[in-house]
Design a protein around this ligand. Structure first.
Ligand SMILES: Nc1ncnc2c1ncn2[C@@H]1O[C@H](COP(=O)(O)OP(=O)(O)OP(=O)(O)O)[C@@H](O)[C@H]1O
Ligand SMILES: [Mg+2]
Length: 341
């Protein structure tokens, strides 16, 4: 009876794989492995073809004792680094090496580690300040009423910063938790924008920023989560007021078809005439804790989580967040929201 040929077996596998013969030469390579290693592997000695010591050693040892083994294998494809888990096993006259792409899992791990490190750092800074002031109040400044007042003011500000950070973290994890559930409430986004403008008009005035919003005459209805959309609008306007120039304009337009979404929806533009954001920062703005000017952002009380929350909420609504900016020419944040998510 005729069995399948080794090449046919490899081609039937969903993962990249290759076969090595007794003579240490590569016998067959499937399409997935060709993508990773390139062409021209067949007939070559595996040590020269695969090169990485961890994998080469695993193959040599499996060749010696017949026991299956795992090794890590790092590759580069289209300028991104990939991490594979390679599995080496004896298969009759050959050795089968199959690869599982673990890049996504490793990246998620790395992000989790970075996140914990960031959160700890963000909490630690105000906490250290508060502890320092407590010490001073107990010691040198014990009898100094004026200093006490000043220190308490700073301590209050630092405690409020920690409070804001925890509130933002909770809000981020809530948004992430229900990101797959589509909102079903019918909300008037024109009203939401109007109420955000009212809420923020005080802080805008005190910074000398004019808020301009030409509210549409009729309600602009869409299916959404009212509280979350208020967070989106509030955050974008607050950023424009904090980091922008002297004028912030909010435009709300209904469209029968939003090209990027391929359906009916609304376009919300928040336009400022501030210093703008350098091109190289634009793609990273929605990362957690990413700030263009960390010092300035902290000074105005920013946690760097605002846009991360905005992005998650917009994506829960099956919308898109766009930003256009040039240094010195102001910034436009645009939220595209479909009428029906
Ligand atoms: N309109 C804008 N003009 C210039 N820079 C901006 C603008 N909006 C945001 N940025 C920059 O993007 C960074 C990230 O914004 P984000 O809203 O995520 O964080 P934040 O405002 O610092 O903190 P939070 O919103 O949590 O209080 C800001 O720190 C700021 O540097
Ligand atoms: Mg913000």
């Amino acid at each position: 009876m005729d069995g399948p040929r080794p090449q046919e077996l490899l081609d039937a596998l969903a993962v990249p794989a290759l076969l090595i013969g007794r003579d240490h030469r590569i016998v067959a390579v499937n399409a997935g492995a060709t993508e990773v290693f390139g062409r021209g592997l067949v007939g070559r000695h595996f040590v020269l073809a695969l090169r990485q010591p961890a994998l080469v050693e695993a193959i040599e040892r499996t060749h010696g004792d017949g026991q299956p083994r795992d090794a890590r294998f790092l590759a580069r494809k289209d300028r991104t680094d990939l991490t594979f888990g390679a599995h080496v096993a004896a298969a009759g006259r050959w050795m089968l090496v199959s690869f599982e792409d673990r890049s996504a899992a490793e990246e998620a791990d790395q992000m989790r580690r970075d996140f914990v490190a960031n959160v700890s750092h963000e909490l630690k800074t105000p906490l250290t300040a508060i502890l320092g002031f407590i010490e001073t109040l107990r010691g040198p400044a014990r009898a100094d009423a004026a200093a006490r007042e000043r220190f308490l003011t700073v301590m209050e500000r630092e405690a409020q910063r920690m409070n804001r950070l925890v509130t933002d973290l909770l809000s981020l994890s809530r948004v992430e938790a229900n990101e797959r559930m589509r909102p079903t409430e019918e909300v008037d986004i024109a009203l939401i924008v109007a109420s955000c403008v009212t809420t923020l008009s005080g802080s805008a005035t005190s910074r000398g920023v004019a808020l301009v919003y030409d509210r549409p005459a009729a309600p602009v209805l869409l299916k959404g989560d009212g509280d979350q959309l208020r967070q989106v609008v509030g955050n974008l306007i607050e950023n424009a007021v904090k980091y922008g120039g002297t004028r912030v304009e909010i435009r709300l337009t209904e469209r029968l078809s939003v090209p990027e979404l391929h359906r009916a929806g609304v376009v919300l533009d928040v336009i400022d005439n501030g210093p703008g954001i350098d091109e190289r920062h634009l793609s990273r703005l929605t990362e957690r804790f990413y700030r263009v000017d960390g010092h300035r952002s902290r000074e105005v009380g920013g946690t760097g989580l605002g846009l991360a929350i905005v992005k998650h909420i917009v994506s829960r609504h099956r919308g898109r967040l766009l930003v256009a900016s040039r240094r010195g020419a102001g910034t436009v944040f645009t939220a595209l929201l479909p009428r029906e998510p």
